[in-house]
Every structure is written in structure tokens, then in C-alpha cells.
Design a binder for this molecule. Structure first.
Ligand SMILES: Cc1ncc(COP(=O)(O)O)c(C=O)c1O
Length: 411
């Protein structure tokens, strides 16, 4: 494999132009990913790849931060969305596809007796919290320290731009895998606590991701039941990459509500909240909606996505691929004199170079990106079902070249 690095001149010029008309040029989570030597805008995408505006090709290990689970422009998914679009998308009534999709989720997801729909993952987490408050008549939310559930003011935390202190007055943070501190909070305030919300495992940014310790989820679940606290699993990021029946199934417990988003429609804008029968009355009462919530084409895309995921046993396929990817990258790191730590679940690996300063880690990632593997230094990665063995070989070769570049001070 040739060891050449990409130029990103068109990306740079476009970012300059963007800054004139868009605050920051690129905003939100995409802004954090911008690196001097990396691409800033894509031109097109297909399967496991995208091309930037300078026409450089990348093997994408970010998968649009999760949505691209079957790969970009998947023929069956696009056909389902386009076919629904030709009949009507956002219309003055809901489409029957919404009922079909809810039925599919109820059949597929163990804990689901019903489903509601939104656009972004943050819609489903905010709705889940409102339903928990309605169901319990209590107000406070317990979440994991640094756990991310969207951009709602309750979730962002004190001191962030645009957030006032009272926005998170009702939020209590506890450490991941710390049953004792959760129990202590419940013993002190259980008559005020409506819900516990957490992703199925801890996947914060900028540090190693952590799986649940044995008995953690059973302990959380028992405590929630004992204290009339609604258990919400935020499966927005991990959903369908661990277990197609809900990530909780892999860890042996049943929540009251599960939030899905990202991968549910393979990149078409849709999120879902599913819940048990015990939550159904409260879910019916809470008012939560949006102009685009009833768009039928993303729902058709979701139906096709869920069916395809089932058909190809997608979660196991991605787990197997992620395990092989981790093994290969750890090996090439060792051969290059580095120690690479892979954490989190295999289908969503978080990488960190151990025993070097964080700038070296970021430089290694930059050198991978400059040679055609799109990765981030502070975030977990995502594999999709269309990453191939050939891609795995190319990623490994590029990773090796990137390690070599770390030793070469001229680059
Ligand atoms: C675990 C988790 N929950 C919620 C969200 C919010 O989803 P969205 O950005 O689609 O609103 C995200 C987004 O990254 C997430 O990772």
C-alpha cells in the first residue's frame, strides 16, 4: 500500500467560506472533530467509505457517529425510503407505516410493548424523562457522570454556554459501576427521584469506555423497583450493535423504557422510544411532538433497516469484525513499539495509545486519517456490516504507516 498523505485544500477553503455564514463554520459535535490536516466536508459516500471534497477516499470508522450501520446508500434501505417518498412523506395524517414500524419494534425488542417516534436521540431521552416524571409524580433524574443523552438543558450540566444553573437542579450524577453511591442517593432522596438514565455501558468521550461489572445492572434494576424509580436505557448510540433485542438483553435485565436513535433507519432521520405496558398510560398523557415526527419515508427506511439487520444477524457480525479489528490494531501497535488499548464493545471500539502523551495519540489518529482511515482521537468508533476483510487489511497497513510517521519528525 502506497504511503502518501492526503491534501485537503478544498476542505480548508470551504471551511473559511463557511465561517462567514455559519457561526464556527461547522457546529455541534462535527466541529470538535475538525483537525488541521483532516477533511472538513464530504462530497459523497457509499458502503463503508466516504470521499471528501478534495476527492480523497476514506474507510469510515465513525459511520456518521453511528447511523451508518448497514453502510451508506444501502440499496434496499434507499429503495424503501424512496418508494414511500413517492407516495408521500410529511402529510396531514400519519402513515400506516408508523403502525407497521411500531409492530416491528414490539416484535423485535424484548422490553417493548409500544413505541413512539421522534427525529433525534435527544427527542427520545427527553420524552423518556417526561414519561418517568408523569408515571411517578416525582421530578429528579439520576444519571451517570459524563453520560451523554443529548443537548437538552437538563442534560448539558452547569457552566455550559447558554445553560442556567436551574436547568440541571433536578439532575444527580453518580459514577458508573458504583452501585453503592446509587443506593445512597436513593436512600436519601427516593421520594424525589423519577428515573435513572444510562447507556447500557459507559461510553464517555476522552477516556476508556467501561462495560458493566457483573451484577451491576441486576443491582440497579432491583434498586429501581424497590424505590419506584423508572429505569431508562439510553441505547441511542449502542442500539442494534450489541443485541438486536435491546442492549439490555446482553446484560440480563429489563428496563422500563429504551431510547433508540442513530442506527435505527441507517442514516434517515428517526428516533424511537419503546416501553413496557406499565409505562403506556403515562406515555399517552405526555405531550411531545414535532412538525417532522410523522414523516413516513424515514419510517420506511427504519422498517427496511430492522428487517435487514435481523436477516444478516448484524450485531454478531459487527461484534466479530470489531474483535478482529481490535486484535489486528493491537498487534500492529505492538510491532511498532506502542501499546494500544481498545475499550468498550467490539462493534464500537474506543482506542487509546497507552504510556504516551495524549498529543502522540492524536498525532497517530491524524496520520491514519491523512492516509485514508477516518477516526477520532476522543470518541468511540463504529463498525458497520459492510466493512470488509480487505478494509481490515487496509486499516492495519495504514495504522502501521501512521506509527512509522510518529517516528519520523520530518512529517
Ligand atoms: C448515548 C446517546 N444518547 C443520546 C444522544 C443524542 O442523540 P442525538 O444527537 O441524535 O439527539 C447521543 C448522541 O450522540 C448519544 O450518544
Amino acid at each position: 500500500m502506497k504511503n502518501t498523505t492526503y491534501e485537503v485544500k478544498k476542505s480548508e477553503a470551504l471551511l473559511k467560506k463557511a465561517k462567514e455564514v455559519i457561526p464556527g463554520g461547522i457546529f455541534g459535535h462535527y466541529k470538535y472533530a475538525i483537525r488541521d490536516t483532516g477533511p472538513k466536508f464530504f462530497s459523497h459516500a457509499e458502503g463503508a467509505y466516504f470521499w471528501d471534497v478534495d476527492d480523497n477516499k476514506y474507510i469510515d470508522l465513525m459511520c456518521a457517529y453511528g447511523p451508518s450501520i448497514l453502510g451508506y446508500k444501502h440499496p434496499e434501505i434507499e429503495e424503501a425510503a424512496n418508494s414511500q417518498d413517492s407516495e408521500g412523506n410529511t402529510v396531514s395524517l400519519a402513515s400506516p407505516i408508523m403502525v407497521d414500524l411500531a409492530t416491528t419494534l414490539v416484535d423485535m425488542v424484548d422490553a417493548a410493548d409500544w413505541a413512539l417516534f421522534g427525529k433525534n436521540g435527544g427527542d427520545s431521552t427527553s420524552l423518556a424523562v417526561m414519561i418517568a416524571r408523569e408515571a411517578t409524580g416525582k421530578g429528579k433524574i439520576v444519571k451517570i457522570q459524563d453520560g451523554y443523552h443529548g443537548v437538552s438543558p437538563w442534560m448539558q450540566g452547569k457552566g455550559r454556554p447558554g445553560i442556567i444553573d436551574s436547568d440541571d437542579n433536578h439532575v444527580i450524577n453518580v459514577e458508573w459501576n458504583d452501585l453503592e453511591s446509587f443506593e445512597k442517593v436513593l436512600n436519601e432522596k427516593s421520594n424525589e427521584i423519577a428515573c435513572f438514565i444510562s447507556s447500557p455501558y459507559d461510553h464517555p468521550t476522552s477516556r476508556d469506555n467501561a462495560l458493566p461489572e457483573d451484577g451491576y445492572w441486576q443491582g440497579i434494576s432491583n434498586l429501581c423497583k424497590k424505590h419506584d424509580v423508572i429505569l431508562i436505557i439510553d441505547d441511542v448510540r449502542a442500539g442494534f450493535r450489541i443485541n438486536l433485542s435491546g442492549s439490555n438483553v446482553a446484560y440480563g435485565f429489563t428496563p422500563d423504557l429504551i431510547c433508540f436513535g442513530k442506527a435505527i433507519a441507517n442514516g434517515h432521520p428517526l428516533s424511537a422510544l419503546v416501553g413496557t405496558n406499565g409505562m403506556k398510560d403515562a406515555a399517552e398523557k405526555v405531550y411531545f411532538t414535532g412538525t417532522q415526527f410523522f414523516s413516513a419515508s424515514p419510517m420506511a427506511a427504519a422498517m427496511a433497516t430492522l428487517n435487514e439487520l435481523k436477516k444478516i444477524d448484524a450485531a454478531n457480525k459487527m461484534t466479530d469484525y470489531g474483535e478482529r479489528l481490535n486484535k489486528s490494531l493491537i498487534k500492529v501497535a505492538k510491532e511498532s513499539g506502542y501499546d494500544l488499548v481498545a475499550s468498550g464493545v467490539p462493534a464500537m471500539p474506543y482506542y487509546r495509545l497507552d504510556s504516551v502523551d495524549v498529543r502522540t495519540h492524536f498525532k497517530w489518529i491524524d496520520e491514519c486519517v491523512r492516509r485514508g482511515v477516518y477516526m477520532l482521537g476522543y470518541h468511540n468508533h463504529f463498525v458497520s456490516t459492510c466493512h470488509t476483510d480487505q478494509d481490515l487489511g487496509a486499516i492495519t497497513d495504514i495504522a502501521r504507516q501512521a506509527f512509522e510517521a510518529l517516528e519520523d519528525n520530518t512529517q
